[in-house]
Design a protein around this ligand. Sequence first.
Ligand code: NAD
Ligand code: MG
Length: 374
Amino acid sequence: MRRVAVLGSTGSIGRTALRVIARQRGLYTLSAITAHSNAALLAEQESAWHPAFVGLVAPGEGGARGGWQTGEGALVDAATRDDVDIVVNAVVGVAGMDATLAALEAGKRVALANKETLVVAGELAAEAGSRGGGEIVPVDSEHSAILQCLAARRPSDVRRLVITASGGPFREWPAERIAAATRSDALRHPTWSMGSKITVDSATLANKALEVIEAHFLFGLPYDRIEVVVHPQSIVHSMVEFVDGSVLAQLGVPSMEVPILYALTHPERVDDAGTPRFDPVNAPPLTFEPVRTDVFPALGLGVEAGRRGGIAPAVFNAANEVAVARFLRGEIPFGGIAAAIERALSTVHGPGGADRESLMDADRRARKVVSEIR
Ligand code: NAD
Ligand code: MG
């Protein structure tokens, strides 16, 4: 029996993870759950699962039940418990970073949906894993696909990774219309149902930049061997081209259940009759097209930040987090998100080093730049 903590259990990935674990009760038990502020749903989950640990970061007035741990330390505490073998990190944003690092340091498997961790602190995560013996297995569908296609082959066997992107709701829109897109336009994702931050990231393509950086750290390949291609049906989850010209892809209907389950079982597979089945005959035709990089500048800005390294990915991530929150509150237009990222990247500079303190300082400075944009 492997014991699981789900951080961000009330979110889109967190709720899906509980559904997946519920079908595999013979193999997995739930030891800990945490949420930011949704006390009502967290209480429902506690009643259904009776985990040993429940953490609520921001309890508000009377939000927490007796026995719950509250405050920011709840994530790290849940992630490092002795009765936890696997930490599903389904927190959104850099708020999930310390829990990932602490879990790796404590020798846990981290089933990582919280891609922001690797973008901001990819090197720190590698160091924490080699010190503590922990490992990351990606939950992101593209990276799960690549992991499955690589099947433990060396980076020298690989010519390039091809990450697929749905293209988001504005794939075919003209540039002027995109610049003025509304909140509800951006939240209408064509193929995936997800939390609001990643849904907006999918509309700007900032999500693909985060994923390119995530792939760089997970699979140890340089940026010029990681490409992005638009695939509107979201059925081919990504591809690996090997040095002999052979290309492997992983396919399936767009559902996070398979990559979440695989992150628990890797490198094994378990029988799960509940995951959605793929029927090639009734699937839509699979099409591929280039990214309109000029119309979606956030992608290029993010990949460039990844190439620069040091604090640049942390600046990119923080600027994007604040810009998306401001867009969702109606404070800046859709086109303002990439502009805000560009502003932060061109004003926040710092030491080449990427220790935790420099990264968090860069994160704070980027947040300030973007929150002051009028
Ligand atoms: P969501 O907004 O639905 O859920 C986020 C969860 O994190 C909630 O439980 C919330 O309570 C918690 N949380 C938010 N802020 C927090 C904070 N400051 N401290 C502690 N907990 C906090 O988001 P989601 O769509 O489930 O995405 C979660 C992560 O998974 C993101 O990094 C996202 O990029 C990644 N991801 C999501 C999907 C998807 O299909 N939803 C796919 C791939 C990757
Ligand atoms: Mg993804």
